[in-house]
Design a protein around this ligand. Structure first.
Ligand code: ASP
Length: 332
C-alpha cells in the first residue's frame, strides 16, 4: 500500500516534470529572460568577436531575446567549456567554442568534462584560417627570413599562445615540431592579451585567427609570415601572405572552426528552436559580410546540423590526436 502510494507520487511528479518541460519549450525563450553565451576566451579576442556577431544575428530569430556574452577564460578554453557543461540544461546557457573541442581531449590530461558526452551539439558556425605573426621588429618579410632569425635566436624566442588546447597552442606546437625547434612558450588566457604583448614586443611570435590579426597586420602593428591554410587567402590585406605549406612546412593545414553547444539534456523542442535561430543567423547577410571581411567563412554545409557537427568533432579528435602525440607535448 505504502509502496503503491510511492509509485503513484513518482508517476505524478514525472508527469509534472514532463508538462513543465514542454511548457518551457513552447515558451522558449521566455520574454525578459537572458540567454547567456559562454565565451571561453577573453573579451576582444577572435572567439569573443564571432560570439558578439552571432549573438546579434540570433537575436531576431529568437523573438528579440537578449543574448549576453560571459567571458569565462582560462586553461585554453576548458574553464568556460566546463562551466557550460555543468550549467542548467534549459537552453539559457550556450557555449561558443572552437577547434579546442577536438584538441583538448588529447592535449589536456584530466579534462573535467567529456566533449562527446556532456554537450548538445547545435551546429558549426564559421571557419577561420590562422596567420603566423611576429612583433614588428623581426627583420625581413619572407618565411626564409623568419626561419633564419629563429635559427640565430633559438634560445631567446618567446612564443605566445592562448593556453593548453587552444588553436594558437596547436599551431605553435606544429610550428616547433615542423621546424624541430623548441621555443619558450608563454600561455595567456586568450590571444587578445597576447596580441597586446606581441605589439609591445614582450613576446616574439604567435599564431592567431585572421579575425584578430587582419586589422593589426593592416596597421603594420605586427608582421605576417604565413597563413595556415592550403590556399592563399582572398582578403586584400592577406592575399600576398604565402601559405606555410608553400614555404616548405609540410602538413601545415589548420583551419579553426567554431561551433555552438548547450549542456547535455536540453529539451529537444528548445534545442530545435535554438538550432532554427542558428540557421537563420548563418543566412544573415550582415553576419556573413562581417566574417568575410576578416577572412572567415560562414559554414553553410551539413555540419550546421547537430548530428553532422557531432560526427565532425569526433573526426577532428581522431585527426588531431596522433599529430599532437607525435609533437610530443602535453599540458595538464
Ligand atoms: N585565438 C585564441 C586561440 O588561440 C582564442 C581566443 O583568444 O579567442 O585559441
Amino acid at each position: 500500500m505504502h509502496k503503491r502510494r510511492l509509485i503513484g507520487w513518482t508517476g505524478f511528479s514525472l508527469m509534472l516534470l514532463l508538462a513543465a518541460s514542454s511548457l518551457q519549450a513552447a515558451d522558449f525563450p521566455v520574454r525578459d529572460k537572458v540567454i547567456t553565451l559562454i565565451v571561453p576566451f577573453p573579451a576582444g579576442g577572435p572567439t569573443d568577436r564571432v560570439a558578439k556577431d552571432l549573438a546579434q544575428a540570433m537575436r531576431r530569430p529568437l523573438g528579440g531575446a537578449t543574448i549576453a556574452l560571459e567571458n569565462v577564460a582560462g586553461a585554453g578554453g576548458s574553464v568556460g567549456a566546463n562551466k557550460a557543461a555543468r550549467a542548467n540544461p534549459d537552453g539559457y546557457t550556450l557555449l561558443l567554442h572552437h577547434i579546442g573541442m577536438a584538441t583538448m581531449p588529447t592535449l589536456v590530461r584530466n579534462l573535467p568534462f567529456n566533449v562527446e558526452r556532456d554537450f548538445e551539439y547545435l551546429g558549426l558556425v564559421i571557419e577561420v584560417p590562422m596567420t603566423l605573426i611576429t612583433k614588428p621588429s623581426i627583420p625581413g618579410s619572407s618565411f626564409k627570413d623568419l626561419s633564419n632569425w629563429i635559427t640565430q635566436n633559438r634560445d631567446k624566442i618567446n612564443l605566445g599562445h592562448a593556453g593548453p588546447g587552444s588553436a594558437s597552442h596547436l599551431c605553435g606546437l606544429l610550428l616547433q615540431s615542423t621546424l624541430q625547434t623548441e621555443m619558450t612558450t608563454i600561455a595567456y588566457r586568450g590571444t587578445a592579451p597576447a596580441m597586446k604583448d606581441l605589439i609591445g614586443g614582450q613576446i616574439d611570435l604567435m599564431c592567431d585567427q585572421t579575425t584578430n590579426t587582419t586589422s593589426q597586420i593592416e596597421a603594420r602593428k605586427v608582421k605576417a609570415f604565413g597563413v595556415t591554410t592550403v590556399q592563399r587567402l582572398a582578403t586584400p590585406v592577406l592575399k600576398d601572405v604565402p601559405t606555410l605549406l608553400e614555404s616548405g612546412l609540410k602538413g601545415f593545414d589548420i583551419t579553426v572552426w567554431h561551433g555552438l553547444y548547450a549542456p547535455k539534456g536540453v529539451p529537444p523542442e528548445v534545442l530545435a528552436r535554438l538550432h532554427t535561430a542558428l540557421q537563420a543567423a548563418l543566412q544573415d547577410p550582415e553576419f556573413m559580410r562581417k566574417q568575410l571581411a576578416l577572412g572567415a567563412v560562414v559554414v553553410r554545409d551539413g555540419r550546421t546540423e547537430p548530428e553532422q557537427h557531432r560526427r565532425f568533432v569526433a573526426a577532428e579528435i581522431a585527426r588531431w590526436s596522433p599529430i599532437i602525440r607525435a609533437a610530443g607535448v602535453y599540458a595538464d
